[in-house]
Design a protein around this ligand. Sequence first.
Ligand code: ADP
Length: 444
Amino acid sequence: MISKVLIANRGEIALRVILACKELGLGTVAVHSEADRDALHVRYADEDVCIGPALAKQSYLSISSIIAAAEITGADAIHPGYGFLAENPHFAEIVGECQLTFIGPSPNAIRLMGDKAKARETAKAAGVPILPGSDGPVRTIEDALEVARTIGFPIILKASAGGGGRGMRICPDETTLQSAYETARSEAERAFGVADVYLEKYLQHPRHIEIQVFGDTHGRVVSLGERECSIQRRHQKLIEESPSPVVDQTIRQRMGDAAIKLCQAVSYVNAGTIEFLYQDGEFYFMEMNTRIQVEHPVTEEVTGIDLVKEQICVANGEPLSVPFGEFHLRGHAMEFRINAEDPVTFAPNPGKIREFHAPGGPGVRIDTAAYRDYVVPPHYDSLIAKLIIRGKDRPETIARARRALDSFVIEGVKTTIPLHRAILDDPRFVRGDFSTRFMEEFEF
Ligand code: ADP
């Protein structure tokens, strides 16, 4: 039985996991870099261990330091959060070998889904729709051209080991593919250590819709509905919501069934997300994320399930607490990612937060590790808060989001708050009529 959890992460997600542990009566251990001494997750945890310098490679990505911290403090489980080591199969393996419980899926499932080209093949074999594209990585430019000619341009080149919106190239024609192929490979090699790239059909106006899945060690897998994540810039999500304005119960059921089939094919345990592209009534598998997502609160708000507590209980061998039978989402929820960055150029803007006042009132939840006088370090992700709004329907959620953003005060660093506020006044956003291209066309 888990009694003390080490959280191998920082920021709002570290705090989120600590809150879940507290509710379950479990002890908590925070690890932190030298740059995070004053971080809130350190103050909230029962114990804390400094695991190295600011550079993530020497702290939050240092497997040996994290394992040592668990051993010193007597933690018996590790929650990886998202990012850092969350999808590193080697880390999950070592955690297990050290007789610690990894709060997440098996190393095997992480490995299978971590290679996006392999994941595509696994999805195809499980009968989940995928976009036309290459079978595995393309080894030469000639191969790439041949596949592209067969499926037709435009195509998108993707790094097999890619993630975080990086390592993708859209190629509208043969000339672009010819010049993009080698650059994409060397970029992938530099960023992920593996040069492999694959290609698939590029959709012109898809929506990004993903399914939250959960499996337990008793063989049960459930789908907890969808999240609409089409509001993105540079392939990075900005606003997420559930339910999607275009998904009805029939599509939800179809997408959920496909997601469950894929999970069953890899004996998936714990929380995961299957990402799909959706266009003209059809959906196509894009990738699976084998961890808790940044946007998980949106699902929590419309299902009433605490996904992080559920992760810990499932890791403990308990059956899923999700009731059997037909499943419905209640009300509507949206999440706004508030980053310390310039809302126009998206350049990170770390520094000291001189004023911090978070909104409250009905339907408002804020997941953050920021506070007044907190210094946002330049070394990590620029996410400083997530504003999560819940309403009885989409219009009420939008009205609440507007008034919450209007009274959200963060001074000292530039944030994406004004951008979110402007998006909420966009008629297309309000109608729910948008695709992943929304931000390209949006004028701020
Ligand atoms: P990452 O793993 O880097 O997040 P994804 O494969 O999840 O990359 O894709 C991120 C985003 O890129 C998607 O949400 C979508 O906006 C865009 N995208 C990816 N594949 C396609 C495609 N075949 N056609 C159109 N857009 C795509």
